[in-house]
Ligand binder design. Structure first.
Ligand code: COA
Ligand code: AMP
Length: 640
């Protein structure tokens, strides 16, 4: 049976998904034919390797070859591979497959000159510029393991990642650009290296004309100078063969404590799964223009700004701008129309921001969107009113799909290439091939239809999903595999309906989702607790009309603190920005006399959240002192 879709109008989803579960090895062996292997795998799935088995064991491959060289060799040399569209710098830059390959070969050679070899880590702390894509692919080319750190994280977060990944080299830039603000990257980089115990050998720094930076002698090297010299000298690195099971990248994501988890992505499984998804899920054909409006610092950016479209021979748009304000709420439609994108992937929060500025969709009608076929949403639950608005305005299917940094690609979605299933608002539709998604109770027993429970994925996870956490097999097993034996725990809660549609309703841990960005409230509490005047604290996510949720910190000050609470609250807000970064959007700190607790001392977060969100709530029977909740209500007045 053909495991690729044929989009003949009738959905092949049920047949394809059933086959993927009944015969996973046959299914993925066939999907793997889309990849150019140096040595084909000896086993499609080897259950004896890794923490729960490994995909494509024995296979030898190069990810960069599959993204670039093979397309250049087979007729796509002059096709545009990457369109960088930046309203923030007022520029559009296009690179063909041949040009991108040339850049990647040169930078890869430069990195080899710094001694970077297969398995070495390289951290990228980069804004949304084409050089960031070149750097990721250059790492892949020489078998180095990249770890991209989102530009909105502060120095301390970068330092934690440097210590965990121990990179030989860091690639960065002088600045990022946010609306009305230049983000000075270099001081953050310097501070992170100062804080980190593990020091990189060197840094390659891209000087952007918007703000150049001082270089640290004997450590920092000018990107443009190295590039020029490598190209002049005709330097070019060849593809280094790596095992399919070797890591391609590490991407850190919020864990339940302040220490982020280093999600590992392998080469072979990632290639096969992400390539499969480009047509079968997203309905995009090679040669077409695709736009994923995320940031390369997030998993969505890895899979669908960089790797997926290039594995597929498509043209990928990389956007350095915002949905609104760069210059207006028509920015997305301008990009889709100007570059003739057939499909677009963004987060629901972006649509809420656009809808607020342009409720009647006037901007939408100013652009020719005739090539545009499908809108995909992910990163947070797509709330039905937002989906309905987008459908009415755009008149194309709006598809919510659910995934995690850990999975690297979609867990549940609506497969356009296999033939779309009916959309149900509030549901990301159905599990993708290889995913057996179950809803279970605390004893790991499946619950009935339409009953809420923990969402789990039957092991083994399909190709593309994380095999482990970087250097932390035990933490991986403990965090994901131990609570529900035989399953991977998603830490999302939800239910499945009578048609097998999955509904993802929220997290079961301390993770909150702020404007599509994943953040740990536990990590923020650690920062609040480090303030000398704070005796106790709790951070929780409260409803926000645009960002979905924003963090709100409650502080109990130490006895004897005489300073005005407002002053301390301001310091706390600055502290979170300084330690975690602006991306936390932590702007609400509220001093209270005490935190409402149960008699056994647990903070009543759920009830506090309901009060803050203006929802109805009942007094918990186990509360220590009911008055404490009234006090929270008083403290919140006029603040949220
Ligand atoms: N480097 C430095 N700072 C950054 C940054 C980066 N790469 N990205 C964001 N920030 C800063 C912002 O400037 C802002 O700072 P401020 O507090 O000084 O205003 C802060 O981090 C919060 O940013 P953001 O969450 O982006 O909010 P916003 O108010 O600037 O914009 C939206 C709101 C909805 C327009 C925006 O969040 C958005 O487009 N989100 C889409 C999310 C997305 O694509 N997620 C990927 C998953 S699919
Ligand atoms: P991240 O690892 O940053 O991609 O965040 C993953 C988390 O975001 C998931 O565990 C969910 O809680 C949430 N999420 C992502 N996409 C969706 C979606 N389509 N519906 C509901 N929740 C989502």
């Amino acid at each position: 049976m053909n495991v690729q879709g044929n989009a003949d109008g009738k959905s092949r989803y049920h047949e394809v998904h059933a086959r993927s579960l009944a015969d996973p090895e046959g299914f993925w062996a066939e999907a793997a034919k889309e990849i150019d292997w140096i040595e084909p795998p000896t086993r499609i799935f080897d259950p004896s390797q890794g923490t729960y088995g490994r995909w494509f064991a024995g296979g030898v491959v190069n990810t960069c070859y599959n993204a670039l060289d093979r397309h250049v060799e087979r007729g796509r040399a002059d096709q545009v591979a990457l369109i960088h569209d930046s309203p923030l710098t007022n520029s559009v830059t296009k690179l063909t497959y041949a040009e991108l390959l040339n850049e990647v070969q040169a930078l890869a050679a430069v990195m080899q000159d710094f001694g970077v070899a297969k398995g070495d880590r390289v951290i990228l702390y980069m804004p949304m510029v084409p050089e960031a894509v070149v750097a990721m692919l250059a790492c892949a080319r020489i078998g180095a393991v990249h770890s991209v750190v989102f530009g909105g994280f502060a120095a301390k977060e970068l330092a934690t990642r440097i210590d965990d990944a121990q990179p030989k080299l860091i690639l960065s830039a002088s600045c990022g650009i946010e609306p009305g603000r230049i983000v000075h990257y270099k001081p953050l980089l310097d501070e992170a290296i100062r804080l980190a115990g593990s020091k990189p050998k060197a840094c390659i720094v891209l000087q952007r004309p918007q703000l150049t930076c001082e270089m640290t002698p004997s450590r920092d090297y000018d990107w443009a100078g190295l590039r020029r010299k490598a190209l002049n000298d005709g330097k070019s690195a060849a593809c280094v063969p790596v095992a399919a099971t070797d890591p391609l990248y590490i991407l850190y994501t919020s864990g339940t404590t302040g220490v982020p988890k280093g999600v590992v992505r392998d080469n072979g499984g990632h290639l096969v799964a992400v390539k499969w998804s480009m047509f079968n899920l997203y309905g995009v054909k090679p040669g077409e223009v695709w736009w994923c409006g995320s940031d390369i610092g997030w998993v969505v950016g890895h899979s669908y700004i960089v790797y997926g479209p290039l594995f597929h021979g498509a043209t990928s748009i990389m956007y350095e701008g915002k949905p609104v304000g760069t210059p207006d709420a028509g920015a997305f439609w301008r990009v889709i129309s100007e570059h003739k994108a057939v499909a677009f992937f963004t987060a629901p929060t972006a649509f809420r921001a656009i809808r607020k500025d342009d409720p009647e969709g006037k901007f939408i009608r100013q652009y020719d969107l005739s090539k545009f076929r499908t809108l995909f949403l992910a990163g947070e639950r797509a709330d039905p009113p937002t989906v309905e608005w987008a459908e009415q305005q755009l008149k194309v299917p709006v598809i919510d799909h659910w995934w995690q940094t850990e999975t690297g690609w979609c867990i549940a979605g609506n497969p356009v290439g296999l033939g779309m299933l009916p959309v149900k608002h509030g549901s990301p539709t159905v599990p993708m091939p290889g995913y057996q998604v179950d809803i279970v109770d605390e004893a790991a027993k499946p619950v009935g239809t339409n009953i809420m429970g923990s969402i789990v994925i039957k092991l083994p996870m399909p190709p593309g999903c994380l095999p482990t956490l970087w250097n932390q097999d035990e933490r991986f097993k403990e965090a994901y595999l131990s609570e529900f034996p035989g399953y991977y725990k998603t830490s999302d809660a939800g239910y499945k309906d009578e048609d097998g549609y999955v509904f993802v309703m929220g997290r079961t841990d301390d993770i909150i989702n702020v404007a599509g960005h994943r953040l740990s409230t536990g990590g923020m509490e650690e920062i609040l607790a480090s303030h000398p005047d704070v005796a106790e604290c709790a951070v929780l996510g409260v409803k926000d009309a645009i960002k979905g949720e924003v963090p709100c910190g409650f502080l109990v000050l130490k006895a004897g603190v005489k300073r005005p609470p407002a002053e301390i609250e301001k310091e706390i807000i600055a502290l979170v920005r300084d330690k975690l970064g602006p991306v936390a959007a932590f702007k609400l700190a509220i001093t209270v006399g005490r935190l409402p607790k149960t008699r056994s001392g647990k903070i009543l977060r759920g009830t506090i959240k309901k009060i803050a969100d203006g929802e109805s709530w009942t007094m918990p029977a186990t509360i220590e002192d009911p008055k404490a909740l009234e006090e929270i209500g008083e403290a919140l007045k006029g603040r949220v």
